[in-house]
Design a protein around this ligand. Sequence first.
Ligand SMILES: Cc1cc2nc3c(=O)[nH]c(=O)nc-3n(C[C@H](O)[C@H](O)[C@H](O)COP(=O)(O)OP(=O)(O)OC[C@H]3O[C@@H](n4cnc5c(N)ncnc54)[C@H](O)[C@@H]3O)c2cc1C
Length: 490
Amino acid sequence: MSDKNPHTVCIIGGGMSGLFTGALLAKNGYKVTVLEKNHIIGGGLQSFRRGDVVFNTGMQAFCGYGDDFALKHFIDYIGLNHEDIHFVPLDPNAQEIVWTDKKHAYRLPKTRKRYEEYLISQFSHEAKGIHQLLDAVYEIGSTFDYFWLHPMQLHPAAAKYGVITARQLLEQCLTNERLIRLFEYVGMHLGYNLSCLPATELGMILNLYIEGGWRIAGGNLPFAKQLVQFIEENGGKVYTNTEVSKVTAENRKVVSIKTADGRTFVADQYVCAIPPKTFIQITDGEVLRSTTYDRIMEFNNDSSCCIYHIKLKPNSMKYSNNLIFVPTPTVDNSLPHYISMLTPPSLNQGEWADTVEILTFARYGEYKQWENTKTGHRGADYEKKKEQLSQKTIAYVSQFYPELRDAVDTVYISTPLTVRDYYGNPDGAVYAQQGMFAPVKTKASNLFMTGQSVQYQGLFGTLTTSIAVAEIMMGKSLIGEIANASDGRV
Ligand SMILES: Cc1cc2nc3c(=O)[nH]c(=O)nc-3n(C[C@H](O)[C@H](O)[C@H](O)COP(=O)(O)OP(=O)(O)OC[C@H]3O[C@@H](n4cnc5c(N)ncnc54)[C@H](O)[C@@H]3O)c2cc1C
């Protein structure tokens, strides 16, 4: 590809995967246009300010930033500045604190050896099963080649874990009901109860988090902004407030994109980086293979959440560098059985926390009566429901962390409708359309799909999916170049 005549690419959606794919293509000489409907770029990387505090709308913690993983090398490959993003590792002695009931809290450390030793110290009669489970977890994890920057291989042994649920795998290895319940916290990273997920999902996430979880201090937005800056410095353009309303195709090729405000964008290639169900609404459907189309249409995922963004009174609650999970008081058959709570790190984090984020999973369906209303105008009954839920949730979590009760200054509440509006997913789903695993190539020769519903979810999942998409678009392997980036061999 010559610099004088670069390929042009138009990416629909400026969330994590749109920006990752855009940066990879811009790095390789493409002229990239990103179209984002919101006024803030970033999708799951958005953060917002209320007075002197910053809250994240979506992502709170992630994995894959260790030395052996794709994220660190991707940042070096693109040439972003690690220091300006402010990565913070979770406390290696207790990355997660999991309460199985009001009496028992478990502090789960980093690295397999310490994780296993800790669990065996707490459940000595389960030593064999814990070892067996972690063997399975690491066997599953090793099959996700791109996570570890390995070229793709066939992993026949991994298939056996795709046909059993995560809960079945736990029950094959463990007998103690409290220990099995403890592992349900992993469902919070996936948006489901472990009875509804294949064992491969449990293995993938657990392996990655045991190898190291991370957060970003001061809000996620600077990461998104660095990606935008890189794309624009390399001849591209990122548009916010630009909702794509129509994708037109002729003879199995996308020919143009129209926006809600009447603009038209034309490029050589196009990338869909928005939820697939939303994409279907703006195309004639002809551009997708019928199997992909059917899978998208038949899948219903209304596993959404409420987030309580809490500003704390000064010096009222200690900062803790862990992800905290407390069991839910009510149990839904498919939603995760936990509530998560954390104190996000601020820049120059000291002894006291500025904010607390509490996340509870909830069904989008419970908010359907307000789905045709807009933020700020949903009505008094909606505000009342939010207020009641907030009081109930804070009172419940305060049973585990009593200092929270008097520490709350102000609460800003997101519901499944907020999630729907921020991410553009019609079902308000937090995480991926489980089990989609759609091909990134579509029926249209110049249209490709990325994003959490296509392959893997979360920051690290969308990054590795974006690498795969960029490779297919360019017809060359990038994984080796990215793997070598940190020692200057690119
Ligand atoms: C509340 C919450 C908490 C989460 N916590 C974590 C976490 O702790 N760790 C983690 O790794 N992951 C977390 N996730 C998941 C993570 O945010 C997603 O996996 C990730 O954002 C998916 O990336 P994506 O690019 O597929 O979609 P998104 O990041 O959602 O980006 C899609 C973008 O497309 C835009 N868009 C939609 N329709 C249109 C249109 N018609 N025209 C133009 N633009 C459009 C949207 O506005 C959005 O910006 C969380 C998600 C939520 C909702």
